[in-house]
Write a protein that binds this ligand. Sequence first.
Ligand code: MTE
Length: 321
Amino acid sequence: MIRRKNADWQLSNELVTPKRAFLNRRQIMQGMAVAGVTSLAGCGQGEALARQAPTDGQLSARSTGYAVADDLTPYEAVTGYNNFYEFGLGKGDPARYASAMTTSPWSIEVSGLTDIPRNYALEELVDFDALEERIYRLRCVEAWSMVIPWIGVPLGPIIDRLAPSGDARYVQFETYLNRSEMRGVRFPVLDWPYVEGLRLDEARNDLAFLAVGLYGEVLPNQNGAPIRLVVPWKYGYKSIKSISKIRFTAEQPDTSWNLSAPNEYGFYSNVNPNRAHPRWSQETERVIGGGLLERRQTDMFNGYEDQVAALYDGMDLIENH
Ligand code: MTE
């Protein structure tokens, strides 16, 4: 077994556990559920690798050292205060309407500059017997944030399996689009389908994650079931939900928000308290689930400077916002 030294943003398990003791009752119970199934996770060795993706209920996950030195955001806020414009602009709309989305069976079409373009069943890409729990802060560009115990798999190894060819430099993700299931796409708020992108070296960074669950459970539809991106050093809109297509490109791909307002939303979208959004400051953020007035200082790269700053060496991060 390889023991890795914790990076600066990772807390040791000894630090994580007492933090959890401050959680409310529901959080403690859900935390215990995660820990309980974690201990069973090793028993599956030797069984078939891929099993069908569950559509609800609990998920087994190995706890990792990825943590944040703040309380978890209550489950009710994580699943009740959402941005998923395909279901409406109100923060409560996704929880109200996203259950209309069909999430099983699910496949992802992989195309562009890859040696093996084809459709993959979700289960071919994600081994549901080898999931990790990672606690990351999601910092929304609207200047609020949440701390969420995500469950999923690192993105980098999946990118490698999809075999981008030598001239591929970017990866674009696209959200599922179904006009009869998604009442919000009647309105031209964005140019549907929702698309996002990363440079390949960003996508291969150890922090980039594909989530299939949160709080020990299968991802609720409003949070991007059955599979969504979580890029913790970037504003929340990069963390595209309900991914149905992945495309490798040589040129920087379109992203929905960059297309709709390039002055406000750049391709990189790294959390940067020094660059104000043209209509508001990014220096602080509201803590969702905290008191009405509770705010915290926003950190450069959302606190992951040591892990990701090198990706942007020599770049002007105000111009390349
Ligand atoms: N993905 C899609 N397809 N549609 C969206 O509207 N909103 C983004 C991102 N992913 C969005 C999306 C924004 S602005 C944020 S802040 C996060 O999802 C919110 O994720 P959460 O609702 O799980 O907290």
